[in-house]
Structures are given as structure tokens and as C-alpha cells.
Design a binder for this molecule. Structure first.
Ligand code: ADP
Ligand code: MG
Length: 307
């Protein structure tokens, strides 16, 4: 498909992230509804072309657990990536709308993400690198798919000039600058599943106002301020350094993990709890690989029609 901006009619804004924005568009010549991601890139034209070449890999991704891609093009100073539109949006939006996600759905999210990660790695040797609720999409057919995976090293580099990534989901070894492996995505999945099952982000934003981690338990008991932890971090660099503190101070971070377990214990079934435990093992050598999931008979398509 030869895509260009003049053929794309904007229908709605779908959201904004640190790296750019996403719009719902109609491709007028074919009538296809797409999601167009617009990424502002601070890079030379040779680098831009390299990015476009790298994005070609997205065309070769054929999996029911991965968003399909219609094409990418340059629209200076942006790069536009046109992908499959998912009408129920991403899981961060879903839990903000309906509250905590039912455990059966969380299980299916885990299943789909693991299938997607396994596909990306086994077939294309791609590590996702940005697993979080906003990169897990749902449609009303009941499909759960991954988007925004790290296909382009150059794209990551170009965006990294202005932002450091979604640090709050990063694994301990990644924060410490150690080798990044597919298991780092497993950590991010663990955090993501807790967030979906509880309807809140497990590391709250009180860290921003108050660095004293020992206060966290009290803060939690008095209930997190919804407004606070739902907002997008405005200073990712600050957040990253805060997270380094979080990991360096192992005693405090252990108590946060304990805290998460308490939240989890009250809502999760035993199996799901064991699963999240297995995701959140600090040593990547001891942590599971993506080939670890269980089956579910839950009717996801039926569930999507309830909101
Ligand atoms: P982030 O993932 O950090 O929120 P993005 O720029 O990647 O930022 O995406 C912004 C929002 O656009 C996402 O939160 C998601 O809800 C929405 N979105 C992205 N891709 C799609 C898609 N293919 N279909 C529907 N909504 C999408
Ligand atoms: Mg995204």
C-alpha cells in the first residue's frame, strides 16, 4: 500500500505518548480505517531513511498477537506509521474506564502478550522493550495484540534524545544498565498485570513529591490518589533517577514488592499470583521466559461488548 498524508482523513485523536501522537484515520482510496502514529524525529535524513528501512520488519510480522502494519512514510519532520486500528483501545484506557480488569481477562492478556513476545523473538529476534498497558490493544472481536515494539534501533535512538522511555515498567537489570534480554519484558509484564488486575499503578507517584520510600506503606493504606498515579510522568528523566533509587535501596524496594503481593493476594487466584511472582524475580537468570502461560475458556468477545 502506497501511503501518503493526502489520502488519509483524520477521524479522531486516539492518544498521545512521550514519542508522539496517534490518530484514527480513514485511508480514502480503500476506505480502510487505520491508526496513524506520528513520531517527531530529531535526526538527519539518512537516519530517517534508515528508520524507514528498519520499520519494514513490521510488515513481515504476521501473528494474531501482533498489530499489523499497513506502511510507514516520512512527512517531515515526522515519521508516520499506519497500523491496524483496535476499536477498544489500549488496556490503560480500559481500566480507567471500567476499573480493575477481571482476572480471566488478565489471564488472557498474559497469554496474548507471551504469545506475541514469543513470536517476535522466535521468528524475528525482536525484543519488545516497552511492555505496558498502553501498548496492549483490544478489539471488539476479542483479540489482544501488542504494538510499539522495538523494531528500529535508530528510531529508539532518535526518540531517546528527547525522552528516556517508560522507566516505571523497567526491570532492575535494565535500570542498572545490564544486558537487556527478552526476560526484561517479562518483568514489565508482571508490573502490567498487577496494574490491570488492581486497576492502579503499583508504584505510585507519591515518589515524585516525597522520596522517602518508607512512607509508601502508609500512603497505600490510606488509598492512592487516583489523579496522581494515573497521570503521565511529565519528567521521564526525573522518574528514571527515582527508579534507580528504588532499585538501589533493596530493603525499600522489597517492601514495595511485598506491598504489591498484598494487593495481589486479595484479588488474584493462586495461579495468577504465582505467575506474577514468577515475573517479578529480580535475577533475570532465575526469571521465566515467555513460554509460560495457561489456557482459559473465558469469552473475551462477550466481555468487550459490556463497555
Ligand atoms: P503510549 O503508548 O505511551 O500511551 P502512544 O503514542 O504509543 O503512547 O499511543 C497513544 C495512545 O494511542 C495509546 O495509549 C493507545 O490508547 C492509542 N493507540 C495506539 N495505537 C493504537 C491502535 N493501533 N489502535 C487504537 N488505539 C491505539
Ligand atoms: Mg504506545
Amino acid at each position: 500500500l502506497d501511503l501518503k498524508n493526502t489520502d488519509l482523513k483524520k477521524l479522531a485523536d486516539l492518544g498521545q505518548g512521550n514519542g508522539g501522537s496517534v490518530e484514527k484515520v480513514e485511508h480514502l482510496p480503500t476506505g480502510t480505517i487505520m491508526a496513524k502514529k506520528i513520531v517527531l524525529i530529531d535526526a538527519k535524513s539518512s537516519v530517517r531513511k534508515q528508520i524507514l528501512r528498519e520499520l519494514q520488519i513490521m510488515h513481515e510480522c504476521h501473528s494474531e498477537y501482533i498489530i499489523s502494519c499497513y506502511g510507514s512514510f516520512l512527512a517531515e519532520p515526522n515519521i508516520c506509521i499506519c497500523m491496524e486500528f483496535m476499536d477498544k483501545g489500549s488496556f490503560d484506557g480500559i481500566y480507567r474506564k471500567i476499573g480493575a480488569i477481571p482476572i480471566d481477562v488478565v489471564c488472557l492478556v498474559a497469554h496474548s502478550v507471551l504469545e506475541g513476545l514469543t513470536y517476535l523473538y522466535d521468528v524475528h529476534r525482536i525484543i519488545h522493550r516497552d511492555i505496558k498497558p498502553s501498548n496492549i490493544l483490544l478489539n471488539s472481536e476479542g483479540s489482544i495484540k501488542l504494538c510499539d515494539f522495538g523494531v528500529s534501533g535508530e528510531l529508539i535512538n532518535s526518540i531517546a534524545n528527547t525522552f528516556v522511555g517508560t522507566s516505571v515498567y523497567m526491570s532492575p537489570e535494565r535500570i542498572q544498565g545490564a544486558e537487556y534480554s527478552i526476560k526484561s519484558d517479562i518483568w514489565s509484564l508482571g508490573i502490567t498485570l498487577i496494574e490491570l488486575a488492581t486497576g492502579r499503578f503499583p508504584f505510585c507517584d507519591t515518589l515524585e513529591d516525597d522520596d522517602d520510600l518508607s512512607d509508601l506503606d502508609e500512603d497505600h493504606e490510606s488509598n492512592f490518589d487516583n489523579e496522581k498515579y494515573n497521570k503521565t510522568p511529565t519528567h521521564p528523566r526525573t522518574r528514571l533517577s527515582k527508579n534507580i533509587n528504588l532499585q538501589e535501596d533493596s530493603l525499600s524496594s522489597m517492601s514495595i514488592i511485598e506491598l504489591m503481593h498484598q494487593i495481589v493476594r486479595s484479588t488474584f487466584e493462586e495461579e495468577a499470583e504465582e505467575f506474577v511472582d514468577a515475573c517479578l524475580v529480580k535475577d533475570p537468570d532465575e526469571r521465566h521466559s515467555p513460554k509460560h502461560y495457561w489456557d482459559s475458556t473465558f469469552n473475551l468477545q462477550g466481555w468487550t461488548s459490556t463497555f
